[in-house]
Design a protein around this ligand. Structure first.
Ligand SMILES: [Zn+2]
Length: 102
């Protein structure tokens, strides 16, 4: 079997290098909105997090997203992202299983 090169990205919370599809992308849009980008195609500066709530919490605690996005992420935005993160986690994990079964 030929080995394909998997693009690696670093989780901004735990600093682990992971294949891109294992990570959730957070994007700061040109309008300065900070949101979760499950498609990975939104334009703007991106930061990656493992698809784990624990990593999100760590990023929230350390303000890792502020640094990665070079943007001050307000506490209420972190709260909003945390909620979104929990709701996309299931979808994200389900999508990953589909990929694994292919
Ligand atoms: Zn992580």
């Amino acid at each position: 079997m030929k080995q394909r090169k998997v693009p690696l990205r670093k989780c901004v919370a735990c600093q682990e290098m992971m294949p891109k599809k294992e990570l959730i992308r957070i994007v700061k849009t040109p309008d300065d909105e900070v949101l979760i980008d499950l498609t990975g195609k939104k334009s703007g500066r991106g930061a990656y997090l493992c698809g784990k709530v624990s990593c999100f919490k760590l990023a929230q605690k350390n303000k890792s997203l502020d640094r990665a996005l070079k943007h001050h992420v307000k506490p209420e935005i972190y709260e909003q992202l945390a909620e979104d993160f929990i709701s996309v986690e299931d979808e994200f994990l389900a999508g990953k299983e589909r990929l694994d079964n292919e």
